[in-house]
Design a protein around this ligand. Structure first.
Ligand code: PRT
Ligand code: ZN
Length: 293
């Protein structure tokens, strides 16, 4: 029987969310002692726990069929090793968001990416940075580093940096100013380009259907409320991303009905206040755990 392997980060920013996502898809694993290979118990999907940088290479080498990794890493490896191709982004995920930004010392004369022509830019993403700048006709001198990029300008080894940023705290602590976002990244599920054997393809499609259900459910809420019949059109309009609400009679009060709806966008306090103002009462918002369409 076919099995597929998914590589995820062993320990780091993406580890916990990657594992949780797969568990939410109903996957259970027998954890092995060396902790690098976990056997899938109820569903034939096994897990490989590795460094994030190894995931694209493992996909390209056919060691695993799927991998969860930042788009920044996937793009870098594709550009540096495989002419920019070879991996297929199957689904973007709702974690690991960050940006590859250009930053320069506070007060520097570098005000935009176009000021980088002929200047030195330190980065751990040399191929991606070169590609992004090159696409805009900017030829910077890339200084490749393996870490601690933020100290390069202070050491005099670069004029600017291209580094990942999420809160910006690291940049500020090093007296660097974010000049321009070059690339927005998020964690994503990747596969190698090309066809899988039929058995594995069927498994992949089953897993993707479950994954879509989990991703959609995470955004969705089940809303229940009572509403005056006369205000139904207005109230339905106020429900974020709701299609086809269900209406039910309320015993003894023909002018009011119960309305149930799945809202596919965030439901915030502002929405509830607006619903109440339109005449809704007994408003309940419930999380949706699973969804299969
Ligand atoms: O050991 P291994 O090689 O597996 O892990 P790693 O250390 O290479 O990766 P890790 O766990 O740090 O990051 C994994 C992925 O998380 C990255 O490839 C990105 O896709 C994503 N990610 C999201 C980030 C950040 N946010 C982030 N903030 N990766 C790195 N950072 C760095 C940033 O460069 C800065 O130095 O975290 C620092 C703090 O950021 P600020 O802006 O909040 O100060
Ligand atoms: Zn890494």
């Amino acid at each position: 029987m076919s099995r597929i392997r998914v590589a995820i980060q062993k320990s780091g920013r993406l580890s916990e969310r990657s594992l949780k996502l797969l568990q939410n898809c109903g996957l259970r694993f027998a954890r092995s002692k060396d902790k690098l290979f976990w056997y899938g118990k109820d569903f034939p999907v096994d897990l490989l726990l590795v460094r994030d940088d190894d995931i694209p290479r493992m996909l390209l080498g056919g060691v695993c069929e799927l991998g969860i990794v930042g788009e920044n890493v996937a793009r870098e490896v594709m550009l540096s090793r495989n002419g920019g191709s070879g991996l297929h982004c199957l689904r973007k995920l709702d974690f690991g968001q960050c940006r590859l930004s250009l930053a320069a010392p506070e007060g520097s004369d570098i005000r935009s990416a176009s000021d980088l022509d002929g200047r030195r830019v330190a980065t751990t993403y040399p191929a991606l940075t070169r590609d992004l700048l090159g696409a805009r006709g900017i030829e910077a001198r890339i200084v490749e580093l393996s870490g601690s990029v933020e100290i390069a300008p202070g050491l005099g080894t670069a004029d600017a940096i291209a580094d990942l940023v999420s809160t910006g705290t690291t940049l500020r602590a090093n007296h660097l100013e974010e000049i321009e976002v070059l690339f927005e990244s998020t964690a994503a599920l990747y596969g190698a380009s090309g066809e899988l054997p039929a058995g594995k393809q069927i498994l992949l499609e089953r897993l993707l259907a479950r994954l879509d259900g989990v991703l959609q459910a995470a955004e969705s809420k089940y809303v229940m409320l009572h509403a005056p019949r006369a205000a139904l059109a207005e109230i339905t309009e106020l429900l974020p991303g709701a299609e086809h609400p269900t209406l039910m009679e309320l015993e003894g009060t023909p002018e009011r009905v119960a309305l149930h709806a799945v809202c596919r966008e965030g439901v915030f306090w502002e929405h509830l206040e607006a619903l109440k103002a339109a005449g809704a009462s007994a408003i309940l918002v419930l999380p949706v755990e699973k969804m299969l369409e």
